[in-house]
Design a protein around this ligand. Structure first.
Ligand SMILES: [Zn+2]
Ligand SMILES: [Zn+2]
Length: 363
């Protein structure tokens, strides 16, 4: 998985990205309100106290806490204690070591620490639910105080927190841990969709989280479940506007990922049809944003994918047409000086395309 938090927009190196780093679609939470400083609630007496997570799980000042695994740096999962030194790690993480990474003692065996794991689980369960929205306060807090203190998030918004934990675990190849956090996050979002309906923000978040779950399954070779998650991701993202670059990007990438899985599985017709759907999503997006260079690049990449599948199926003429179309697009694309990263990508895709054409001529 290319770890990209759907809550904190970051760049997506695998496929170009309209996301700007550090820009979050969730427009609430202390970090968006003047760097976590206390603020006045409009129309009320309540003040927000600058939040601080006692366990160190804050958005900006993340540090490892007593509930973290020192190996994957995420919250403990399948918590296991080393014998004899008693240091604790995730089971998957410590099982790759012969000596304890913290103290160097030989690990004679590991024992499940279910007590500590249940503390971790309760922490996750409660995390960020301490948040009180002003609406909730109106309902619950009518004790007549004229100066209410609202403790907002103790740290990150819950979804972002779970995704952050999942990404850490995934990077350390603790895929089960990552899946568990992402599933919880998906469950949360589904719950909200049930109450407030298919808003574009929720569909977009769910689509991204399901895509990450797909990446998790793919990384452990579970292609069947990966396709199911990517399909579901596509289902939510396809409900949304073709004018939103963020959404169309995630949508088209999910389609391409299914295409890739089908391709490696030898089902070329299916692969081609997913690549084609992705291409269509990108062509639609470019109609809304004709001057965004990364969109043009995305369309060219999609053309190359469809053409490659065409060629494998034996549609050589169709393949050549698309390779030529992609080359034309890229050659007429002029990038701004600040788009150096895109220029590199443009050149490498162009080189790939020209090699494809050369391959044909030398056959
Ligand atoms: Zn771990
Ligand atoms: Zn130890």
């Amino acid at each position: 998985m290319t770890p990209v938090c759907p809550f904190v927009k970051a760049s997506r190196p695998d496929d170009g990205s309209p996301r700007k780093p550090g820009e979050c679609p969730i427009k609430h939470g202390a970090e968006h309100e003047g760097g976590g400083k206390a603020k006045k609630e409009s129309g009320g007496e309540s003040a927000t106290v600058s939040p601080k997570c006692p366990f160190g799980y804050d958005s900006q000042t993340f540090k490892l806490g007593p509930l973290s695994c020192m190996i994957c740096q995420a919250l403990l999962f399948d918590c296991s204690k080393c014998v004899p030194c008693s240091h604790v790690y995730c089971k998957v993480c410590i099982s790759r070591f012969k000596d304890c990474p913290l103290c160097g003692a030989d690990v004679e065996k590991i024992e499940a620490d279910t007590d500590l794991q249940s503390v971790v689980d309760r922490f996750i369960d409660g995390h960020a639910r301490i948040k009180r929205s002003p609406v909730d306060m109106d309902k619950e807090g009518e004790a007549g105080e004229n100066k209410k203190v609202i403790y907002e998030d103790v740290s990150l918004e819950r979804g972002a927190f779970l995704v952050q934990q999942a990404m850490r675990a995934f990077r350390a190849q603790n895929v089960e841990s990552a899946k568990s956090r992402l599933s919880l996050c998906a469950e949360d979002i589904r719950g909200r969709i049930e109450t407030v309906g298919n808003t574009s923000e929720l569909c977009s978040q769910l689509g991204a989280v399901l895509g990450m779950l797909g990446d998790c399954c793919r990384s452990v070779g579970d292609a069947g479940s990966a396709v199911t998650y990517f399909e579901e991701s596509v289902e939510f993202l396809s409900k949304l506007s073709a004018a939103d670059l963020e959404i169309t990007h995630t949508h088209s990438v999910s389609l391409n990922k299914i295409g890739d899985l089908k391709y490696y599985d030898g089902d070329l017709e299916a692969a081609r049809s997913y690549y084609m759907r992705s291409l269509n999503v990108r062509r639609d997006a470019i109609k809304h944003h004709p001057s965004v260079s990364s969109q043009t690049l995305d369309v060219a990449v999609s053309l190359a994918k469809v053409a490659d599948a065409d060629r494998s199926i034996g549609n050589e003429d169709a393949a050549l047409d698309r390779f030529h179309e992609a080359i034309k697009l890229l050659e007429s694309l002029t990038l701004k000086p600040e788009e150096a990263g895109l220029e590199q990508r443009r050149l490498s895709v162009l080189e790939f395309l020209k090699n494809q054409l050369a391959e044909k001529q030398s056959d």
